[in-house]
Design a binder for this molecule. Structure first.
Ligand SMILES: Cc1cc2nc3c(=O)[nH]c(=O)nc-3n(C[C@H](O)[C@H](O)[C@H](O)COP(=O)(O)O)c2cc1C
Length: 169
């Protein structure tokens, strides 16, 4: 069965956009619309069988743009799948805002059916320089994130997207 799918995302430095395009490519047998959260009316989501919602994590939070989108979501059933990039492998640095996103969605009587996350290189040179200077204990994590999401991450994402759709039919 062909599903009507929305892939909507927030990106600051491009990683989440790369991930969104990979999902689009993976789901080419479905009817897929891809757009940034800033161009997505929250009320649109009722038109879709499944919504892939993506973001990076910034200072252990999400941005106002995404918060506004979540706040504007209508009450009622809808299915979401998250895809998230974060530079630090330790959930203490990124998991809390994602849990909060899920809570907001379930409070609207919608459902988060699946979640994907992977490492995404912090591409903001100024932030990286500051972190390295002020929190040298983060240097190994910062350096091992370079190049992510890589081909293996994107292959995992592709498999996640296909599986999530199959389970949604
Ligand atoms: C300003 C800034 C702050 C960040 N803060 C965090 C953080 O608190 N925890 C973390 O794990 N990653 C952090 N990251 C890494 C991003 O979450 C990661 O690179 C993500 O893939 C970015 O997605 P984007 O390129 O679509 O914006 C930060 C990146 C930037 C640019």
């Amino acid at each position: 069965m062909k599903l009507k799918i929305l892939v909507t995302y927030y990106t600051q430095t491009g990683n989440t956009e790369i991930m969104a395009k990979k999902i689009e490519e993976a789901l080419n047998s479905h009817d897929v619309t891809v757009k940034e959260v800033k161009n997505t009316d929250p009320n649109e989501i009722s038109q879709y069988d499944l919504v892939f919602l993506g973001t990076g994590v910034y200072a252990n939070g999400i941005t106002g743009q995404l918060k506004k989108f979540l706040k504007g979501l209508p009450e009622g059933p809808a299915k979401f799948a998250f895809f998230v990039g974060h530079a630090n492998p330790d959930p203490a640095f990124w998991a809390k805002p994602i849990k909060k996103m899920e809570k907001t969605i379930t409070q609207k009587n919608a459902e988060v059916v699946a979640k994907f996350d992977c490492i995404g290189e912090n591409k903001d040179e100024k932030v990286v320089a500051l972190l390295k200077a002020q929190m040298p204990q983060l240097i190994p994590a910062i350096e091992s994130a370079v190049g992510h999401p890589n081909d293996a991450d994107l292959e995992n994402l592709k498999n996640f997207a296909v599986k999530t759709c199959d389970e949604c039919k």
